[in-house]
Design a protein around this ligand. Sequence first.
Ligand code: NAD
Ligand code: WQD
Length: 341
Amino acid sequence: MKKKILVTGGCGYIGSHTIIELLTQTNFEVLSIDNLSNSSATTLQRIQQITGQTVAHQTLDLCDKVAVDNFFQQYPDLQGVIHFAALKSVPESVANPLLYYENNINSLANLLACCEEYKVNHFIFSSSCSVYGSVQQLPVTENTPLQKAESPYAYTKQIGEEMIKDFVRNNQIQAIALRYFNPVGAHISGLNGEDPINPPTNLVPVITRTAIGLQEKFTVFGSDYPTRDGSALRDYVHVTDIAHAHILALNYLLNHQNTTNFDIFNLGSGKGVTVLEAIEAFVAVAKLTPNYQIGSRRAGDIAAIYSDTSKSEKILGWTPKLGIKEMMESAWKWQQECAKK
Ligand code: NAD
Ligand code: WQD
């Protein structure tokens, strides 16, 4: 019988790409939960179009403890949970911190309680490079000391990691936190990509939306950073590579290869790309230059961050395969696909 895996946030950006990888690269049966607060059920149709398979999905809020409990009762043979569901906008979290604490912390607490009660012993948590805060020494490893969180959103990820670490001391649960750097791009088919309810503010969708005319222009935030061209430097990593890492992490736990109940892995490309280099990479694939202006720094941004991924490589056997060219190509393909609707 197929092992059942619950993916929370299954209609969202990274969750949907991970479901596609799970359905096409593994023999797991996938169940999805999402409250559609930042996504829509059409994601499920796209997953079906790409994989030819239907995902059992329930639209429910993970903050609703009774609903989560009912779900676990319905599936007593769940083997693991990949927990993507969270609110993730940094500026929104600054404007409305309680919303972020309530949603991201309560949903995690409810899920962990159900995992304990129903003996679902394998848990993967979406963490973020934002837990590192404003670090000075690059690249960052999993042992780099965390600095103060720069936003309530980032703090929910620091708390989430601590909650899981404390929680697994007293039960059978084996957990991994994956710290994503800047996931970008779309499925190679161009048929699935980032499709949030609110217009995105992240660099790559802003570039593609401007190029297609949904946005008149965008601003490069800062030209006086101490980087090779003065614009800020980040570690962009293809969403399909991120998705694949979840399968490796899941198998690592299910095959009892872990030596500790809670471990942390960086997921990045290991390389820094500046904003201007990212734009150049887009221009090279799309053969058109989006309308942009150089502006001042964005509040809360750091100059540079990129990952050391040697631990993920050595222990999970994960190496990202797709570079900035493929990230831009797929993101552009997806943007053009969206324009057809
Ligand atoms: P997303 O917004 O596309 O997906 C998250 C999904 O969770 C959405 O579909 C949303 O409707 C759902 N959701 C939110 N709260 C919920 C709740 N209480 N109950 C049920 N569903 C709920 O975001 P994403 O980019 O796919 O991010 C997935 C995870 O990865 C998040 O935890 C995010 O914090 C983390 N992460 C994302 C990035 C990034 O840049 N995209 C980087 C680092 C970490
Ligand atoms: C990338 C670079 C901007 C838009 C965020 C979260 C982080 C993590 C990943 C979840 C920066 C510049 C952007 C624009 C620009 N998410 N930029 N003009 O801020 O590195 O990270 O997503 O965990 O927590 O903070 O990503 O894509 O917003 O920005 O110049 O219109 O592009 O200043 O240097 P960021 P981003």
